[in-house]
Design a protein around this ligand. Structure first.
Ligand SMILES: Cc1ncc(COP(=O)(O)O)c(C=O)c1O
Length: 441
């Protein structure tokens, strides 16, 4: 069994390179927090401060953050800090009272989405949002069957972990869940879109054969944990059509790809020209303050709303909404979606150049500032090279640059800098990447 719980780039004690203070902190963590948590990197980080694109450890070392998708407008952004402080000093109540800010925010967010999505409900985490979305979808369809990609991650509640195969072989998938291979255009070429749609159709047919009525197809807009599969644009449409033909709803999990991450549009699904039945979101929504939510078609939630009272104590509280409003102000005001597109392209070009110069085979892909580098042993067979991927992730950490890895074979570098990444930050990143590839040979 995978003892890392399926996590790529997990710290492993047997491969550790620790100084005595770090070893003691890890021992304390184990005593206080128990066995279920995982740390990143062969040499875990002890961070104490963040500012913009930089993180600082206990010794004052600076790390360029090219990984954290929560603080997407930069660590400790003053606009969010100020909004949270201001609202905390005024009122911190919940959705059982009328409050104008939640209405302003919900209306503003819905205006960024297709007209078919008419309501917003608020939760605290992405898992919480997916949990609510599947309850609504299952109530509307009267089915339970769920189809996901084979290394998908959607969260940690009991219901959601049952369709999060990336949690590893130690976490059982539900009997009502089927997985399909990820949409890997790098290895499958032009045949991918049709194959992917066919796999979704076959998975729902299999559920029906086992007496399980289809309820939903859920995928994240960039297939983050499957290995970052961004294209070709529009390929998702066939799979969504297949799900709907089977009687299932399509849930767009925008926890990773939402809020401008993919560079041209605010939402990842928009790159595929599809209209979801429900959209879940979280992570960057509050830039570190826990706020998440679900957008949905009105008709889908009508019956659920009649039968089922919804109250989430902290979901949509006044402080969370203040944080989320500040984030949207900054994304729009500073043109961060456009910046993500521009800097993402610059990074991908630089990454390709370095791979070529160092004779390292692989595929550089992604959209906006969500980038995957699929490292392989040779360009023909495209056999995944997890060893090199691990060496690059840890080599960059030693150079003061933070990324991580993903994919079933753990061979894809996952690069996800804050949306405020500037060209000079990208240059710092690319020179470190160059040095690390140089050391590998
Ligand atoms: C695509 C996706 N969905 C849902 C979640 C769960 O979000 P949270 O950790 O806020 O519960 C994650 C978290 O990594 C995610 O990547």
């Amino acid at each position: 069994m995978n003892t890392d719980g399926g996590m790529v780039n997990a710290f492993r004690e047997d491969a550790a390179r620790l100084d005595p203070q770090t070893a003691e902190m890890i021992a304390r963590r184990k005593r206080a927090l128990g066995p279920a948590y995982r740390l990143f990197y062969e040499k875990p980080l002890h961070l104490v401060r963040g500012e913009g694109v930089w993180l600082y450890d206990t010794d004052g070392n600076a790390f360029l953050d090219a990984y954290n998708n929560v603080t997407s407008i930069g660590h400790c952004h003053p606009a969010v800090v100020e909004a949270v402080a201001r609202q905390s000093a005024v009122l911190a109540t919940n959705t059982r009272y009328i409050h104008g800010a939640i209405l302003d925010y919900a209306e503003r967010l819905l205006a960024t989405m297709p007209d078919a999505l008419e309501h917003m409900m608020f939760t605290c985490t992405g898992s919480d949002a997916n949990d609510l979305a599947i309850r609504i979808a299952q109530s509307f369809t009267g089915g339970r069957g769920i189809v996901v990609t084979e290394t998908a991650y959607h969260g940690i509640t009991q219901a959601v972990s049952e369709f999060s195969p990336s949690l590893g072989a130690g976490v059982d998938l539900g009997a009502h869940v089927r997985t399909v291979p990820a949409p890997d255009a790098y290895r499958e070429g032009d045949a991918m879109a049709e194959r992917f749609a066919g796999s979704v159709a076959a998975a729902f047919a299999d559920l029906r054969r086992h007496g399980i009525k289809p309820a939903l197809f859920i995928c994240d807009g960039i297939f983050a944990s499957d290995g970052v599969f961004d294209g070709p644009r529009g390929f998702l449409k066939g799979a969504v059509d297949a799900a709907r033909s089977a009687g299932a709803l399509y849930i767009a999990d925008e926890v990773q790809s939402g809020f401008g991450r993919t560079g041209e549009v605010l939402w990842g699904f928009q790159r595929h020209d599809v209209v979801p039945d429900l959209v879940t979101m979280g992570k960057p929504m509050g830039n570190g303050y826990p706020v998440a939510g679900v957008a949905m078609r009105a008709d889908i939630v009508e019956d659920f709303g009649r039968k089922s009272r919804y109250f989430n104590t902290f979901g949509g509280n006044a402080v969370a909404i203040a944080a989320a409003t500040a984030v949207l102000d900054v994304i729009e005001g500073e043109g961060l979606v456009r910046n993500a597109g521009k800097i993402g392209e610059y990074l991908r070009t630089g990454l390709r150049d370095h791979l070529t110069r160092h004779g390292q085979a692989g595929d550089v892909r992604g959209a906006g500032l969500f980038i995957g580098v699929d490292l392989v042993a040779d360009a023909q067979a495209k056999a995944p090279d997890a060893k090199t991927a691990g060496a690059v992730v840890n080599g960059l950490r030693d150079e003061g640059v933070l990324i991580s890895g993903c994919a079933k074979a753990a061979n894809v570098l996952k690069i996800r800098p804050p949306l405020v990444f500037a060209k000079h930050d990208a240059d710092v990143f690319l020179s470190a990447f160059d040095r690390v590839l140089g050391h590998l040979k």
